[in-house]
Design a protein around this ligand. Structure first.
Ligand code: NAG
Ligand code: NAG
Ligand code: NAG
Ligand code: NAG
Ligand code: NAG
Ligand code: NAG
Ligand code: NAG
Ligand code: NAG
Ligand code: NAG
Length: 343
């Protein structure tokens, strides 16, 4: 009676051994993962491309084949299908974002383009794949889209003509060079430089040069203007020191940073617990001297200046100091399943 369970244990151990051998060889180690750009800047009114590749557990390979039309979904600012779905590749809804998955999903390419981007696209994006029995949302790696609001700028350079000589020429230059849309024009000695200014043109100097071709010499004159572009907070991010997975009892500091012009007026911290947002404090840092389980959660930092706000969040995971690794339930149920009830 004793020998039978021992035999079973032997089988289990040898199976475990074989499984481990497979793992070492690398056969069973393929897991769900995704690679996405962490931050994407998009200009309001234009489109945005999310370069995306994903990987699945190998047991799902049979679900991801060309004949099963796979569906790619994007969720924004959260991973709940009913609250956060903003894009469905096979069943788009009127309130969804206008876009297209340009990559081939069965080749694990989830590259996506969103058209006609506006400020409502700003946020954190989660990808979900559905194909047959495979349904998986990638929550570890996400992509944050920042939509830059542009406002139109018109710079005009004009010059007087001299009656005798050929008409002068007007040229615009900027340092660093910005790609100019087809708005620069030369007409009757007025040259307009029309473009959409974003924070990229902050402190850029534009110079207009006028050249008169005279009989035996060329005379030039120029004038410059430097743009000061004001913008709401951009690239807001939260960093955690020493790390976002911290040991109970240790000291942890969250730091929020952001770019804005004028500079950020105030940073506000809040925390989501049980679906409610709880306001914590202001200031660019949030420090816990002795962290414990009740501090676990999702922390948000909101940066604000005169022109707007932007937020960023981080998940704080507090690890227990002690934990039990043995699992007695498992070995018992394996033995009894195999008919060793008499034990
Ligand atoms: C997250 O992204 C990094 C870099 O793109 C990649 O190496 C890693 O495997 C990804 N992890 C997951 C769980 O998707
Ligand atoms: C993924 O698809 C996009 C769009 O079709 C393509 O440009 C890109 O080269 C593909 N990437 C890979 C790694 O195949
Ligand atoms: C782009 O979005 C704006 C506002 O969100 C809307 O008024 C406009 O019609 C859209 N244009 C296209 C081509 O979808
Ligand atoms: C540039 O903008 C100005 C002012 O809005 C306008 O009068 C002019 O026609 C525009 N020029 C071009 C080339 O679009
Ligand atoms: C003046 O500029 C024109 C056009 O760039 C050029 O062809 C011409 O040789 C210049 N004349 C002198 C005297 O430098
Ligand atoms: C935000 O980050 C991007 C890329 O990291 C950078 O190109 C951009 O200039 C940054 N924005 C600001 C306002 O600094
Ligand atoms: C942040 O500053 C703005 C502008 O001064 C003010 O309206 C807002 O109430 C401040 N927020 C907090 C949480 O102090
Ligand atoms: C963060 O920003 C998003 C999008 O702008 C907004 O929906 C959300 O309420 C903000 N969260 C906080 C905590 O301010
Ligand atoms: C122990 O094994 C049981 C049965 O397989 C499982 O349900 C449970 O989650 C396991 N517990 C731990 C802590 O791994």
């Amino acid at each position: 009676k004793i020998s039978r369970p021992l035999f079973l244990i032997f089988i289990i151990i040898s199976k475990l051994f074989l499984t481990c051998l497979y793992c070492v060889v690398g056969v069973c180690c393929r897991d769900f993962s995704i690679s996405l750009p962490q931050n994407i800047q998009a200009l309001s009114g234009s489109c945005v491309i999310i370069k995306c590749r994903f990987e699945i557990e190998e047991k799902h390979d049979k679900n991801l084949v060309p004949k099963r039309a796979a569906t790619g979904l994007w969720l924004k600012d959260g991973d709940k299908m009913k609250d956060h779905l903003v894009f469905h590749s096979t069943d788009p809804k009127p309130n969804h974002f206008n876009g297209k998955i340009t990559g081939k999903l069965h080749e694990k390419n989830c590259t996506t383009v969103f058209y006609n981007v506006s400020s409502k696209h700003t946020g954190r994006y989660y990808f979900r794949i559905e194909s047959g029995d495979l349904k998986y949302i990638y929550t570890v790696n996400t992509s944050t889209i920042n939509v830059l609001e542009g406002s139109s700028v018109s710079l005009r350079c004009s010059a007087e003509t001299l009656c005798s000589s050929p008409p002068p020429t007007l040229t615009w230059s900027s340092t660093p060079r910005i790609p100019l849309s087809e708005s620069s024009r030369l007409e009757e000695l007025i040259s307009d430089l029309n473009f959409t200014a974003t924070h990229r043109q902050h402190r850029v100097t534009f110079t207009c040069t006028i050249t008169y071709q005279l009989q035996d010499e060329n005379k030039t004159a120029q004038d410059s203007i430097t743009l000061h572009v004001q913008y709401s907070p951009k690239n807001t991010s939260v960093s955690v020191l020493p790390s976002s997975s911290v040991l109970e009892g240790s000291s942890v500091t969250l730091t929020c940073s952001s770019y804005a012009n004028p500079a950020v007026l105030n940073y506000t911290w809040s925390r989501r617990s049980e679906g409610q947002m709880e306001q914590l404090q202001t200031g660019d840092t949030l420090t816990f001297d002795r962290i414990d389980q009740k501090h676990r959660g999702c922390y948000h930092c909101t940066a604000q200046n005169q022109h707007g706000t932007q937020n960023s969040s981080v998940m704080l995971d507090i690890q227990c100091k002690y934990y039990i690794t043995a699992n007695f339930t498992l070995s018992h149920s394996l033995i009894s399943d195999s008919g060793a009830e008499s034990l």
